[in-house]
Structure formats: C-alpha cells, structure tokens
Write a protein that binds this ligand. Structure first.
Ligand SMILES: [Zn+2]
Ligand SMILES: [Zn+2]
Length: 352
C-alpha cells in the first residue's frame, strides 16, 4: 500500500509499505479520506520527534476492511471514523476519565502517527477497535465528518474545559482550524458573545462566517485593550488560547475577569511564565486548564451527532483537496500556509 512516511526532518514521502496485519483487538480500515494537521507539520520540520519510517496522520475516515478475532459489534464494509486519540479504554487513566492520557503518560492516548503507524495511507490499523471505531451516520459524507477526529474534538474540548455557561462572554486567541472550532464550540456551549483574535484577514472573515461576534486583528489593534473596551472593562468569563505562545497565553490571562477561566489548547515550545499582575499575585480565583483532544468512539459519536443535527457545518474549513498520490504537494501548501489554506482533504480514491 501507499503511505506518507516520515523519512527525516524536512521529508515526509509517499512510499510503498506492507498492509498491516490485524491483531485480536485491532481493526484494519481502508482509508477513504484523511487530512493533514498542524502537528504533522511540526513532525515534518523535526520539531516533534517520531521514529523514522513511521506513517504520519491521525484523522482517519474509512471503511472496515478486516476485524480482529476479539472484536465484536462491527461488520466488514461499515463506514467509520476513529479519533486522533485512540485510548485503550481499560487502563486506570482511561477508567478515571483521562483517556487522552491513557496509560498514565502525558499524551499517552495519542498513538496514530505518533507511536504507531498513522492514517495518511491506503490502510491503517486502529488499535482497541471496540473502544475507538465510531460508525458514520448514513447521511453524512466523508468531508462532513473529517474534522471530528481532531480539530473539532480539540476545539470543542477547549470550550468544554473552560466550563462555559449560557450567557458567557468568551475570547478566542488565534483563528486557525482549532481556534475556529473553539469559537464554534463556545457558541454551542452557550456563550452569547464571542470575540476572536488573529492577524490574518481571511481567517477573521471565516470566523465571522462561522459565527464570531467581534473580530480583532492584532496587527491593527492591541487585542487586550480591544477586548477590555468591548466588555466595558469587565473582561471575559473564559479565554481560550489556541496558538501556544507566551504572548497569547499572557493576553488571555489579561482579558479574563477575576474568577474567570483560561482554557489552553496551545502547544508551547519554550518557557511559559505567569505575569503576576495579570494573575492578581495568585489571588484572582483564576482557573487555568489544558486540554488534549478527547478521543474514543463515544466522543466521536457525539461530534457526528452535532454535525448530523445541522447545528454546525465545518465543511468551509476544507479549502483544498488532494489525492494521496499528491500528498507531498498537500504538505507543501499546508506547511507554508499558502493560498489561504485552512484544512486539506486527502482522498485515497477508495470508494466510501
Ligand atoms: Zn492533530
Ligand atoms: Zn487507557
């Protein structure tokens, strides 16, 4: 089969690999559609270490090709997705409600395209299939559910971890694909006013289109000042950080009201410090919470039910389409953020 393989920093290359062999608890999916994540670009650039020779990708949409001997409740030919996070479902961390941290290790639930071969390939092995395979409702297309495995789960997770209540005012810093999903999730969770911050005009246009109330271009105005002015000095109830920089984290802290929540989705790569004035010297009753993409089949079922209900349509996020044969072109476009790209759909040509 063809698979997009991490060869060395700077090179993810389409190669021939054997079709994986199915263990008792696994399922083999014939991948129909997948996508490229910002994290995959970190892998490409050598900023996030994975083994050389690993197949990349953690956002699978496909059809069950083969089931392990111990797997029941599914049939060959069924259309399914699996989350980017594929927990085991039976370790202490999973049973304690921290399945993204499966095995008790930070990020332990992230296996596809991290510690085992991923789904930018014609076939992918899904571990612990009975915990992770979520059947796709008949009426939904591949592209309608393509955001469920990662960015929708992550973005909505940021809104949920922020404990947004009906009537809240929420700020979202950065409007890349995850920040956009966090904004949509904040609205679904009951926020009645959502202010978003980015520097790219076309992202702010997309943000408006998907429901943001106020857009702030931080190249044109200071976002902290703009948010405080827009809230009459009160600040927001919840700020969601979706970039992963000191400055964005700090701005979030500066715009939440005392007693507010900073919900962090960013991936930070250098030192992160708390400014004591914004942190009220530790006495502001602030909550800082972090979230890794929730996975597992029940999470995926819920997200697909949101799509099926018509309350959310994330198809506009798919700005470009490539076949698996063209995936290196897809990486080039996505990694260099050319042509207003938000997400790319990668199709294998296999019927869904
Ligand atoms: Zn991802
Ligand atoms: Zn587990």
């Amino acid at each position: 089969m063809k698979a997009a393989v991490f060869v060395e920093p700077g090179r993810i290359v389409l190669q021939e690999k054997p079709i994986p062999r199915v263990g008792p608890r696994d399922a083999l999916l014939r991948v129909t559609t997948t996508t490229i994540c910002g994290t995959d670009v970190h892998i490409l650039k050598g900023e996030y270490p994975v083994a050389r020779g690993l197949t990349i990708g953690h956002e699978p949409v496909g059809v069950i090709e083969e089931l392990g001997d111990a797997v029941t409740g599914y049939v060959i030919g069924q259309r399914v997705i699996a989350g980017a996070i594929t927990p085991c479902g039976h370790c202490n961390a999973c049973l304690d409600g921290s399945s993204s941290q499966c095995g008790g290790k930070a990020m332990g639930g992230w296996r596809l395209g991290n510690t085992i071969d991923g789904c930018q390939a014609e076939y992918v092995l899904i571990p612990d299939a009975m915990v992770n395979l979520a059947p796709i409702p008949d009426l939904l297309t591949d592209e309608q559910v393509l955001m469920c495995p990662d960015i929708m789960s992550t973005g909505f997770g940021g809104a949920e971890s922020g404990r947004i209540r009906i009537g809240d005012t929420v700020a979202v810093f950065a409007q890349g694909p995850i920040g956009l999903c966090a904004m949509v999730g904040a609205r679904l969770a009951g926020a009645t006013r959502v202010l978003v911050v980015d520097s790219l005009a076309d992202r702010l246009v997309m943000s408006k289109r998907l429901g943001a109330d106020v857009t702030i271009n931080f190249k044109e105005q200071d976002p902290v000042q703009a948010i405080l002015e827009a809230t009459n000095g009160r600040g927001v109830d919840v700020a969601i950080e979706a970039l992963g920089t000191q400055s964005s984290f700090e701005s979030c802290l500066r715009v939440i009201r005392p007693g507010g929540v900073l919900s962090s989705l960013g991936v930070y790569s250098s030192k992160l410090t708390l400014p004591l004035d914004a942190f009220a010297a530790g006495l502001g009753d602030h909550t800082v919470v972090t979230t890794l993409c929730p996975g597992g089949k029940e999470r995926m079922r819920r997200l697909m039910s949101v799509v099926a209900s018509g309350r959310v349509d994330l198809r506009p996020l798919v700005t470009h389409r490539f076949t698996l044969d063209e995936i290196e072109k897809g990486y080039d476009l996505f990694a260099n953020q050319r042509d207003g790209v938000l997400k790319v759909a990668i199709t294998t040509g296999s019927p869904s």
